[in-house]
Design a protein around this ligand. Structure first.
Ligand code: CAA
Length: 701
């Protein structure tokens, strides 16, 4: 963990104005040293008889972006943010917050405790605590409704959205916006206040409870309907705003404090905070020590199917010039149709203006000529998963790409080293495995192989970050399962589920059990959505491992032409145009015949059995990937599972869940299952090691 600078707050003077400057890179989080620094500077500024007013500002990229989230798992240290903000609000001289960048969470609460707020015109403000399973716990729930009214306060706190300085000025959250030099404008503004003794409006102003009670009741009902009665942070926010409307400030603050503590202690908040840091940790690659990302301005994508077009859209949306190469006229037209449809939908939904849509499309070049690739800094091959075809296209790309271009293959499971060799420049070749829909899903597995240069890897990482994606480092897996982290785990997940099908569970029961755990879809719904032929082709493309049990049910379905939603018949039957189906009786019959053929007697699985077996399979597969160096850290696996497969974010991810159960209990549960299918259940060496050493996966992060 990075140490905060020793003196992260300075007190300066500009005539009679005291300037408190926070400098705690990277985001000026309000850790204990900052809180103490501000308190000391404020006391000194107030005590100075030449001080007429005080400005609080920050150096670097932003006004504080919140409390220091890393401190939430440590013992509390004084002053708390609440104590500090009381001090600011009760200061006998006017205090002005000078806001730039993103004033988020505790940062915005600091600004609200000040008597006046001035912001740069490009500043943004928000209370994103809800994304961490928390609520604004330093007076935000009490001051915000008093400043902007209950409805708007609810909207800000429930969505966690950031608002522009312009909008904040309109709704009364800030007093002044400047496009000039913020620091000098703030000092000039403070000078205009020196005649005015600040009244602590926020504290004394009480609302008329009458009309607002209906608002509170409606919000409470809405949260319960949308999220259920267990939605801790949203319901506590409603309680806090209700308190702001009905109670004196001090009582409201007390209630808020207790509500914040409850949220902080919740499993949900621990999971969401873990996910936040896991994503950021995943983006740290060891290659960063040896190379920086090369500049990427033009990207090229070879293959304009669903994946290629999705990557093209993601590239255009992030400001890259994009060349998309497809075969023949019809391929080009189909890609154009897909990309055009995205922009039409986005414009229709008001996400983009017509002008923005048109402007993005001017950066798209669609062609059927591979020789146009010579201008691209990064070329992504995104054709179907056929090794020979990919290898031959990659060889063609290698022949025309400019010498320092990085070549990436979007393969999800083929041998990356062999594909890299096919380009003729393996050092410049990496894997960039996007997840569908690529224009939406934030996950990109960056495939690393022995011959890849640090420069190529870091260029891939830089590109993924520039697209707002979360890159995760992965080496190609060659043993059990195939592909990088996600696919290898998915294979274990499916095998655990398929074994239960053979032994008596139904697809609908397994899907239901996994949905009730928090996955948006169960494994068989996903299979139907993806198309059973895709996984079938993958299974056929590689030799079977004799040590891994093979369940033939899905193969038999493909042989019947039951490919899922695309044929309206898979594990479920779909009415025309429907994405939710009813269980396919023919599949149930097929499973029972298959079971009889194998001489298996059906037994019952409870939903809990189903979840346990699947989660144990996922964790064990994850542990195996760690041992083999496919995944660098347990938290990378969590990030892949949350973003790639909808593992409930509020649980943090499977490896965090395993830590909650403890590796030693996981290992002993696995030992019970191991005789059934050792390839799946025999505890991976990393897990055994953690169990023996009484350690946790988190210790390997
Ligand atoms: N506490 C501690 N560290 C933080 C942090 C915080 N509040 N916010 C960001 N960081 C760290 C990140 O972990 C990252 O660290 P590394 O460089 O070591 O990886 C670094 O700051 C930069 O962050 P990003 O990579 O996310 O940078 P970005 O430019 O993409 O985004 C940001 C910047 C918009 C501020 C984003 O970091 C963000 O959304 N941060 C969280 C903001 C937040 O949730 N604030 C509320 C905190 S809870 C609170 O304040 C409770 C309360 O009411 C008292």
């Amino acid at each position: 963990m990075k140490q905060a600078p020793k003196h992260p707050v300075r007190l300066e003077r500009q005539g009679t104005i005291a300037l408190i400057v926070i400098e705690n890179p990277p985001v000026n989080a309000l850790g204990v040293a900052v809180r103490r620094g501000i308190a000391a500077a404020l006391n000194a500024a107030v005590a100075h008889d030449k001080t007429d007013a005080i400005v609080i500002a920050a150096n670097g990229r932003t006004f504080p972006a919140g409390a220091d989230i890393r401190e939430f798992d440590m013992a509390a240290q004084e002053p708390s943010l609440g104590q500090l903000f009381d001090l600011i609000e009760n200061a006998p001289k006017p205090v002005v917050a000078a806001i730039h960048g993103t004033a988020l969470g505790g940062g915005l609460e600091l600004a609200m405790a000040a008597h006046y707020r001035i912001a740069s015109s490009d500043a943004r403000m928000g209370l994103p605590e809800i994304h961490l399973g928390l609520l604004p716990g330093a007076g935000g729930t009490q001051r915000l409704p008093r400043l902007i009214g209950a409805e708007l306060a609810f909207d800000m706190m429930m969505s966690g959205n950031q608002l522009s300085a312009g909008i904040c000025a309109e709704i009364g959250l800030i007093d002044s916006v400047t496009s000039g030099d913020l620091r000098s404008e703030a000092v000039a503004y403070a000078r205009t206040l020196t005649e005015v003794r600040p009244t602590a409006l926020n504290r004394t102003h009480l609302m008329d409870g009458g009309d607002y009670m209906a608002t509170v009741a409606a919000r409470r009902a809405q949260v319960k309907a949308d999220l259920g009665a267990g939605a801790l942070a949203p319901l506590k926010i409603v309680d806090c705003v209700e308190a702001a409307l009905l109670l004196p400030m001090d009582a409201g603050l007390q209630l808020e404090r207790a509500a914040f503590e409850d949220c902080l202690a919740s499993r949900e908040s621990a999971g969401l905070r873990h996910a936040f840091f896991a994503e950021r940790r995943a983006a740290k690659f060891p290659e960063a020590a040896d190379a920086k990302p090369a500049k990427v301005e033009r990207i090229a994508i070879v293959g304009g199917g669903t994946m290629g077009s999705g990557i093209a859209i993601a590239g255009l949306q992030s400001g890259f010039a994009v060349t998309l190469v497809e075969q023949g006229e019809s391929g080009v037209n189909a890609a154009l149709e897909q990309i055009g449809a995205f922009y039409e939908r986005s414009i229709a939904k008001g996400r983009l203006s017509e002008a923005q849509g048109a402007a993005a499309l001017t950066h798209l070049q669609l062609t059927n000529k591979l020789d146009t690739l010579g201008e691209a800094d990064l070329i992504i091959e995104a054709i179907g998963e056929d090794f020979d075809l990919k290898a031959s296209i990659l060889a063609e790309i290698g022949a025309v790409a400019k010498p320092d271009a990085v070549i990436a293959t979007n393969t999800s499971y083929l041998d990356l080293s062999a594909l890299a060799a096919a380009t003729g420049r393996p050092a410049n070749t990496i894997g960039l495995h996007f997840f569908a829909p690529a224009q939406v899903n934030k996950l990109v597995e960056v495939g690393v192989h022995d011959a890849a240069s640090a420069q190529a890897v870091m260029t891939g990482v830089g590109f993924a970050k520039a697209m707002g994606k979360t890159p995760v480092r992965a080496r190609v897996h060659k043993g059990f399962g195939s592909g990088y982290i996600g696919n290898a785990i998915l294979e274990a997940y499916r095998l655990a589920a398929d074994i239960m099908l053979e032994h008596g569970a139904t697809p609908a029961q397994i899907d239901g059990a996994m949905r009730s755990f928090g996955f948006p879809l169960g494994p068989y719904q996903i299979a139907d959505m993806s198309g059973l032929d895709i996984a079938y082709a993958r299974r056929q493309s590689k030799p079977r491992d004799p040590d891994v049990r093979y369940v033939e049910i899905a193969d038999k379905m493909v042989e019947q032409g039951w490919l899922g939603q695309k044929t309206r018949r898979g594990y479920y039957i779909y009415a025309e145009g429907q994405r939710t189906g009813v269980p396919n009786g023919d599949v149930l019959k097929m499973i029972s015949e298959h079971r009889a053929h194998k001489g298996i007697t059906a037994r019952k699985f409870s939903d809990r059995d189903i979840r346990d077996r699947i989660l144990l399979a996922i964790v064990n597969a994850g542990a195996r990937l760690l041992g083999e160096g496919v995944a660098a850290r347990p938290s990378d696996i969590d990030t892949v599972m949350v973003h790639g497969f909808g593992y409930p974010r509020s649980r943090g991810g499977p490896m965090m869940d395993a830590d909650a159960t403890t590796p030693s209990i996981i290992a002993s549960r696995l030992s019970v299952l191991a005789p059934e299918e050792p390839s799946l259940w025999a505890a991976a060496p990393v897990l055994t090691m953690l169990a023996q050493e009484r350690q946790k996966f988190a210790d390997l992060n």
